[in-house]
Design a protein. Structure first.
Length: 260
């Protein structure tokens, strides 16, 4: 796996397939407070399955340049489209959490081969997420309201990972743009996806940040199948059974893009 910074100042972590099988590249987009690093498990396994992949750190995250505090969702969408257009072929775009909403908005502006939404912020305003946070940690919800970053606690992200590994991952998470956090609560649904690409949604009914009801409604909006993984936490790509949702995606991809 190699990391590099593009001319736009974005960190892009590349993992080449072990054998070139002519499959479309995967572009991974992280969620709130994360970075390209969070996809390392999936990137390694996807390479073994014949998919080259690229994980982008949105501006102000990871090793990307840019000012976090003044970033808006539209800027993140620009970052994703910029990263996608730099790839050797139109990608399958995979977005987690906030990145899932960024991908939804990118689909309205850029034609992709397919999209996978992983525990995504729903198409409609995510007030239910604020309510879920307030029930567990009222001060965390207040912190969002007054412009602070949501603390990405282990209990929010993981259900089955051992404490040491969960803590290590949680410690790698950083802050988020206060403007973007407000936008997650107030955004409007994205426009129709260009070219009507196939969409898959991966989720967990036990998510402590994104209630499953909104995720299911988002899947209906895109005519997408939803594959759910009970017992897993919000970070499906890092929790102990991370291989299960990845395998579901790898099983779906040839059916979705094999003849496109």
């Amino acid at each position: 796996m190699t990391g590099n910074t593009s001319s736009s100042g974005l960190e892009v972590v590349e993992r080449r397939a072990t054998a070139d099988q002519g499959r479309p590249p995967l572009l991974f987009v992280h969620g709130l407070g994360h970075g390209a690093w969070c996809w390392e498990n999936w990137q390694d396994a996807a390479a073994d399955a014949g998919y080259s992949s690229y994980a982008v750190s949105l501006r102000g995250h990871g090793n990307s340049g840019g000012r976090l505090r003044t970033s808006r969702l539209g800027h993140y969408v620009d970052d994703v489209i910029q990263a996608a257009t730099a790839l050797p072929a139109p990608p399958v775009v995979v977005g987690h959490s906030m990145g899932g909403l960024v991908v939804q908005q990118a689909l309205a502006r850029y034609a992709v081969r397919a999209a996978v939404l992983v525990a995504p912020i729903p198409a409609h305003p995510a007030v239910s997420s604020l309510v879920a946070i307030a029930r567990r940690h009222p001060l965390d919800a207040l912190r969002i309201v007054v412009g602070g970053s949501l603390p990405l606690r282990r209990e929010y992200l993981f259900h089955e990972l051992d404490d040491a590994m969960a803590g290590a991952h949680s410690d790698r998470c950083g802050g988020e743009s206060p403007v973007v956090q407000y936008q997650l609560l107030l955004h409007r649904p994205a426009g129709p996806a260009l070219g009507s690409p196939p969409v898959l949604v991966l989720a967990t009914p036990d998510d402590r940040l994104v209630p499953i009801t909104g995720v299911r409604r988002t899947a209906e909006r895109y005519g997408a199948d939803v594959v759910e993984f009970p017992g897993m936490g919000h970070d499906l790509m890092l929790d102990a059974r991370w291989r299960e949702p990845l395998d579901a995606m790898l099983d779906w991809l040839p059916k979705a893009v094999g003849s496109r």
